[in-house]
Design a protein around this ligand. Structure first.
Ligand SMILES: CCCCCCCCCCCCCC(=O)SCCNC(=O)CCNC(=O)[C@H](O)C(C)(C)COP(=O)(O)OP(=O)(O)OC[C@H]1O[C@@H](n2cnc3c(N)ncnc32)[C@H](O)[C@@H]1OP(=O)(O)O
Ligand SMILES: Cc1cc2nc3c(=O)[nH]c(=O)nc-3n(C[C@H](O)[C@H](O)[C@H](O)COP(=O)(O)OP(=O)(O)OC[C@H]3O[C@@H](n4cnc5c(N)ncnc54)[C@H](O)[C@@H]3O)c2cc1C
Length: 581
């Protein structure tokens, strides 16, 4: 917090800095600095902001975002916590009517937060208006005791991020003033009448914002992992590449280069896509302030797509980096296990990936159908029904590969839409037909998202003007990324006829050449991420390469090494050894 203040970083921008990496096993303030701060900024009206933002900025109020319940995470419309307006007292009564309505998971809720943005079903004048956000004080601001009517606790150990005190929360007819409903987009007036928002998903805005922040943070996490694994691969010597010759750096093995270089490329692909979505988000936020919500669906879909792809890619990449470090990748002091556990959760939180990809697919199918009917569609999906442009670029050039992605994606959407129609004809029910096509629909969403990411990588690299040599290395890296993802998805390209078997063999051969060409750039590339050793926190990945010394030094800190003979020897081992069991 002191660092943020020193650098004049507003609270709600803290989560896209490296500040939370200072803590190894989760940050109990991350939801306060990200979702809570953003919910106040985007869902509270100016008067409410004046009241709460300065207190949150000064950390007098420490908040969390309490939406998920034991019974419902994905299906937000199914939340059970109620906020019933009482016109007599001009208050809302918050209540948790069932066990499944218990709020469950919010970060920092267990012990740290004294307030929360609570999503609850809004009832007024006898009618339910769906989930809405409320500012709720949970603990006394001086003593930190939970307030009467509020039942709070921590949910217990998790796979990782165990310093984050994820919590549970129940309300027992707990009253809050009417003015605690966040009223920027929708309101309940004193007489209980409800004023609608200009778009009925504006109250989901904090989730959209956080998905964008997650994309950015995934590229940082993956950058940490590739830095550790690449530096280690330059220090580690193992086996014989040529019999009788000295043991080479493991980075000389083509298989090792294949494990690392595509993930170094992935850091850039995710980062450039994140920047593009962030720009769009800023534009949409500015438009919403002027009452224009036209681009909100596009932002929602793009943030779902990029959150899903980046969390999946970074988690897989980090695990590959861990495996690439052999046994030493399994030791906690390598930093890789905690990077993995703090990244794999991004697949689940802020919208489980499959669910988000199905949102993307819904948009693709709707846009495809609209395009066929000649109705207007938004820019990112115009290609679904636009004529193909495959022959305009030289064969297998970067542009041709992007076109191959685009056409394959359009082809898959077309094929899946036909399947959906056939299934609908059989079932006579759109929802059942949708479910029966949902694996294929997820594949459509993945390919569309990959196309977007490849396109952003290429267009960003080509726009670099500062240095020819930097651009040249990034061009090679981008080329490797494109070919790598084509080889992983060969079937789609063969099915669409955009690439032949011969093309794929040619590309595969080029990929192996690129691995060798980029090998000398591997260490400079990760050094350029410029992580301080303190932030990386890894015995394997420190700048000076003293891997073995650091591993040995770190082992000395193990509590078991404080004494030569442990207590357990006297208590258990010695009796066992003497027991003749
Ligand atoms: C690594 C460190 C990270 C650091 C960074 C900070 C991290 C901080 C830590 C974070 C810790 C983790 C913190 C947490 O985890 S906080 C909890 C996060 N929870 C979720 O993300 C829940 C996920 N579920 C949903 O968002 C909704 O229920 C979905 C979207 C699945 C369906 O929803 P619903 O059932 O209501 O809708 P529908 O399917 O009938 O669709 C109806 C229409 O609505 C459109 N629509 C839907 N949504 C939006 C939207 N948002 N803007 C604009 N439009 C939207 C949709 O396209 C469709 O349009 P159309 O097709 O009809 O035209
Ligand atoms: C570390 C961590 C931190 C979190 N922090 C917060 C927080 O601060 N605040 C907060 O409110 N919440 C938080 N959450 C909760 C998180 O947002 C939810 O766990 C997440 O949205 C997924 O919901 P769920 O757990 O209900 O999973 P479910 O929706 O039950 O998913 C289970 C399975 O069902 C599938 N499924 C569900 N619906 C569909 C569908 N329509 N179509 C196809 N398949 C489907 C999913 O794909 C998945 O395979 C956190 C969770 C974690 C793990």
């Amino acid at each position: 917090m002191r660092k943020l203040a020193e650098h004049n970083i507003p609270l709600r921008e803290a989560s896209i800095t490296q500040v939370h990496s200072v803590l190894r096993d989760g940050n109990p303030l991350i939801v306060h600095t990200s979702m809570f701060a953003n919910a106040l900024a985007s869902l509270a009206n100016p008067k409410q902001q004046q009241q709460w933002v300065p207190l949150a900025e000064k950390n007098r109020i420490i908040g969390t975002y309490a939406q998920t319940e034991i019974g419902h995470g994905t299906f937000v419309r199914g939340l059970e916590t109620t906020a019933i307006f009482d016109p007599e007292t001009k208050e809302f009564v918050l209540h948790s009517p069932t066990i499944t309505s218990t709020k469950w998971w919010p970060g920092g809720l267990g012990k740290t937060a004294n307030a929360a943005i609570v999503m609850a079903q809004l009832y007024t004048q006898g009618k339910c208006y769906g989930p809405h956000p409320f500012f709720v004080q949970l603990r006394d601001f001086d003593t930190h005791h939970s307030l009467p009517g509020v039942i709070l606790g921590e949910i217990g150990p998790r796979l990782g991020i165990n310093s984050q005190d994820n919590g549970y929360l129940r309300f027992d007819h707990y009253r809050i003033p009417r003015t605690n409903m966040l009223m920027r987009h929708s309101q309940v007036l004193e007489d209980g009448s409800y004023v609608k928002p200009i778009h009925n998903k504006l109250s989901y805005g904090t989730m959209v914002w956080t998905r964008v922040a997650i994309v950015h943070s995934c590229s940082k996490k993956l950058a940490c992992a590739v830095t550790i694994a690449t530096r280690y691969s330059a220090v580690r010597h193992q086996s014989e590449l040529v019999p009788g010759k000295p043991e080479p750096q493991i980075l000389e093995y083509q298989t090792q280069q294949y494990k690392l270089l595509p993930h170094i490329a992935s850091v850039f692909a995710i980062l450039f896509s994140a920047s593009s979505v962030l720009r769009m988000q800023r534009n949409v936020a500015a438009s919403i302030s002027k009452g224009n919500v036209e681009l909100l669906p596009e932002l929602h879909i793009l943030s779902c797509a990029m959150k899903a792809l980046s969390s999946q890619d970074s988690t897989q990449g980090i695990e590959t980096c861990r495996l690439a470090c052999g046994g030493h990748g399994y030791i906690a002091s390598s930093g890789l296990p905690s990077l993995y556990t703090s990244t794999t959760c991004t697949i689940t939180y802020e919208g489980e990936n499959t669910v988000l990809l199905l949102q993307v697919a819904r948009y693709l199918i709707k846009s495809y159908r609209a395009g066929l009917e000649g109705l207007p569609v938004l820019p990112s999906v115009m290609y679904l029904t636009a004529p193909s442009a495959m022959h305009q670029s030289p064969p297998l050039s970067n542009q041709a590969l992007i076109e191959a992605f685009r056409i394959s994606s359009a082809n898959l959407v077309k094929e899946t839409e036909s399947r959906l129609c056939r299934q609908f004809n059989l079932e006579q029910n759109f929802h059942y037909a949708w479910n029966r096509c949902s694996v294929a629909l997820v594949h459509c969403a993945e390919l569309h998202s990959r196309y977007y990411m490849c396109e952003k990588f290429l267009s960003t690299v080509e726009s670099i003007r500062a240095s020819d040599r930097v651009r040249s290395v990034l061009q090679d890296l981008c080329r490797l990324y494109l070919i790598h993802h084509i080889t992983l998805n060969q079937g789609h390209f063969l099915r669409s006829g955009t690439l032949s078997g011969v093309d794929l063999s040619t590309l595969e051969e080029e990929m192996y050449e690129l691995l060798a060409k980029l090998r000398p750039q591997a260490v400079p590339l990760v050094d350029a991420f410029d992580f301080r050793d303190e932030l990386l926190g890894s015995t394997l990945g420190a700048w000076d390469g003293r891997v073995y010394e650091r591993l040995y030094e770190e082992a000395q800190k193990s509590p078991l090494n404080k004494t030569d003979v442990s207590k357990a020897y006297h208590k258990y081992l010695q009796p066992l050894m003497k027991s003749n069991l």
